[in-house]
Design a protein around this ligand. Structure first.
Ligand code: NAP
Length: 298
C-alpha cells in the first residue's frame, strides 16, 4: 500500500555515490544501516553517523523495509542481490541506484518478485556533487505503488525524481543520459585541448564560454580541474566505459551503431590500458592534447 512509506533503509555499496546518499538519508531519519564489501568503509560510516549496530547483517536486513544498492556493474548487483534476498522481509523494496543494463534490472526484479520483494531501478545522474547535495536526478522504473512508498527515500537523495514506467525504463533512460554525457565530454575535452593550443587564458576561456551557448554542467564542474591536470574528482572513466557498453548493446538490439558510442568506448579503453581507469572522465583531454603534440605520445 502506498501509505506504507519506506523509512528503514539500508545502503549497500559505500563508494563515491553510496556514502553521501547514506549521509543524506541519515539526516532525514531514514537510514537504518549500511553495508559495504570492504568492511573498513562500513565501520567508518557507522562511527561517523553513530548508527545502531546489529548482531549481524542478517538481523539488520530483517529489520529493514528497503535496501538501496549502489555498486559498480551488472555482475556486482547480481552478487549483492544473492547476498540480501534471503534475509529481507516480504514487502521490502530493493532500490537499485547503480547503472546496469535494463535487462539486468528486469532479471533482478523477477528474482526478487519470487520472494515478494519489490524492485525499483533508480539510476541517478548529477555526479558526486549531486549525491553530496542531495540533488540527484533519479530516473525510476517499477511498480507505481513501490515508487510512491519510496517517495521520502528519493526526496532525501534527489531533487528531480521521475517515474519512467515499468522495470528497466529507469536504466533505459540512464543509457540515453550516458550517450549525452559521453558526447559532452568529447566536445568539452576536445575544445579545451584546442583552447590550450591557442594560448588562451584558460580560466577566462572557461568563464566566458560557460555563460554562452556552449555552457554546460561538465564545463562548469570539470573545466577548471581538467586544465590543471586534476582528474581525481567525480566519475571514474572505467564506469562510463562500462555504461557505454550497455548503450552499445542496447543499440545492437535495434540493429544500430553510433560512432560517438563506439569512439568513446575506444578512447576510454585506451585510457584504461594506460592505467588511467580510476580517473575522472575529463581525463579524456589527455588524448585530445596529443592531437596537437607533434612529438611522440605518452
Ligand atoms: P565506486 O566509488 O567505485 O564504488 C563502487 C561500490 O560498489 C563500492 O562500495 C564497492 O565496494 C561496491 N562493489 C563493487 N563490486 C561489488 C561486489 N561484487 N559486491 C559488493 N559490492 C561491490 O563507484 P561509484 O562512483 O559510487 O558508482 C556506483 C554506481 O553508481 C555505478 O554503477 C556508477 O556507474 C553509478 N554512478 C556513478 C556516478 C559518479 O559520478 N560516480 C554518477 C552516477 C551513477 P568496495 O568498497 O568493497 O570496492
Amino acid at each position: 500500500m502506498s501509505e506504507n512509506k519506506l523509512n528503514k533503509t539500508v545502503v549497500y555499496g559505500l563508494g563515491a555515490m553510496g556514502r553521501p546518499m547514506a549521509r543524506n538519508l541519515h539526516q532525514q531519519g531514514l537510514l537504518l544501516g549500511v553495508k559495504n564489501r570492504t568492511e573498513g568503509k562500513t565501520k567508518a560510516l557507522i562511527n561517523e553517523l553513530s548508527l545502531e549496530t546489529f548482531d549481524n547483517d542478517q538481523a539488520m536486513l530483517e529489520a529493514a523495509d528497503s535496501v538501496i544498492t549502489c555498486v559498480s556493474a551488472d555482475q556486482d548487483l547480481h552478487q549483492v542481490i544473492e547476498d540480501v534476498m534471503d534475509h529481507l522481509s516480504e514487502g521490502a523494496v530493493v532500490i537499485d541506484c547503480s547503472t546496469v543494463s535494463p535487462k539486468t534490472a528486469r532479471e533482478v526484479a523477477e528474482k526478487l518478485a519470487g520472494k515478494d520483494i519489490g524492485f525499483l531501478d533508480a539510476p541517478v545522474s548529477g555526479g558526486v556533487e549531486g549525491a553530496k547535495k542531495g540533488t540527484l536526478s533519479i530516473m525510476i522504473g517499477g511498480e507505481r505503488d513501490d515508487y510512491k512508498r519510496a517517495s521520502d527515500v528519493f526526496a532525501a537523495i534527489g531533487s528531480q525524481i521521475t517515474h519512467m514506467g515499468k522495470v528497466g525504463q529507469g536504466q533505459a533512460t540512464k543509457a540515453v543520459n550516458q550517450v549525452m554525457v559521453a558526447g559532452v565530454a568529447q566536445a568539452v575535452c576536445g575544445a579545451l585541448a584546442f583552447a590550450e593550443n591557442c594560448n588562451l587564458d584558460m580560466k577566462k576561456t572557461i568563464e566566458v564560454l560557460s555563460a554562452g551557448a556552449a555552457g554546460n554542467w561538465f564545463l562548469d564542474n570539470r573545466g577548471h580541474t581538467m586544465v590543471k591536470d586534476e582528474f581525481n574528482v567525480g566519475f571514474k572513466l572505467q564506469l562510463l566505459h562500462k555504461d557505454l557498453h550497455i548503450c552499445q548493446e542496447a543499440m545492437a538490439d535495434m540493429d544500430a551503431r553510433m560512432p560517438l558510442v563506439d569512439d568513446s568506448i575506444a578512447d576510454y579503453g585506451e585510457l584504461m590500458d594506460r592505467g588511467h581507469g580510476d580517473e575522472d572522465i575529463s581525463a579524456l583531454i589527455r588524448l585530445r592534447r596529443e592531437l596537437f603534440d607533434k612529438t611522440d605520445s605518452e
